[in-house]
Design a binder for this molecule. Structure first.
Ligand SMILES: Cc1cc2nc3c(=O)[nH]c(=O)nc-3n(C[C@H](O)[C@H](O)[C@H](O)COP(=O)(O)O)c2cc1C
Length: 213
């Protein structure tokens, strides 16, 4: 059996300093995203884990794909009726983490969540492969499914329904944007004395703070 306690790696790929950190979190995020994407061994660079809480305050976390980011925040697409969708309608706040482990980096983003505009969802949906478009119609994400056959039958049914025409996004499907209140960049350093710089929004300004590792 592989013992996780014996797995150890010295973090020495980079540093993170206040003097070179840009004024806006977005600049550094874009730089790190490009660096992660440029690394040949990287898999699903845009995968991130998003945590939500339900109305009772119970947390849940799952992986989704980052599909857009700009100064307003980060966007992912999902089923609005899924468990996470229900959480976000009740408690429109989320925390996300992107772990770029090849670069010994992590970025944590938290803030209020809102749906993207329908036009944004439509534009993104139109660019998805047809199979993914059909899948969005066929799957009542997070609901119980009695068997795989039921799912396959649902796919057959929607494939027939949309045969020969463009597929619009289902009404219960679309994007969410997490508008950051805080963005923390973590760069691994030797001896566990890692660099942690956090951008925290105060009004229109972004404060830059260093946190103990
Ligand atoms: C690599 C990867 C990418 C995923 N991307 C998405 C995504 O972009 N949107 C989505 O709704 N689910 C995505 N999923 C599935 C979710 O992790 C999750 O199973 C699903 O959204 C249901 O979550 P919920 O029941 O908490 O709502 C992805 C899973 C993995 C492993």
């Amino acid at each position: 059996m592989t013992d996780p306690a014996s797995m150890r790696r010295v973090y020495q790929r980079g540093t993170l300093t206040e003097s070179t950190a840009p004024e806006h979190w977005f600049t550094l995020f874009a730089e790190w995203f490009a660096a992660a994407a440029a690394e040949l061994i990287a898999v699903e660079v845009n995968a991130m884990q998003v945590a939500t809480v339900d109305a009772a305050g119970h947390p849940a976390v799952r992986t989704v794909l980052l599909k857009a980011f700009d100064e307003r925040g980060i966007v992912f697409y999902t089923n609005y009726s899924s468990a996470k969708g229900r959480d976000l309608e009740a408690r429109p706040y989320a925390a996300a983490v992107l772990a770029w482990l090849a670069q010994e980096r992590q970025v944590r983003i938290s803030g209020p969540v809102s749906r993207v505009t329908r036009a944004e969802t439509e534009a993104y949906f139109a660019g998805r492969p047809r199979g993914s478009q059909l899948g969005a119609w066929a799957s009542g994400q997070s609901a119980l499914v009695p068997s795989r056959a039921v799912l396959d039958e649902a796919e057959r049914e929607v494939t027939e329904r949309f045969a020969g025409r463009d597929i619009p996004p289902p009404p219960h499907w679309g994007g969410y944007r997490i508008a950051p209140e805080a963005v923390e960049f973590w760069q691994g350093r030797p001896d566990r004395l890692h660099d942690r710089l956090r951008y925290r929004r105060e009004g229109e300004r972004w404060l830059l703070e260093r946190l103990a590792p």
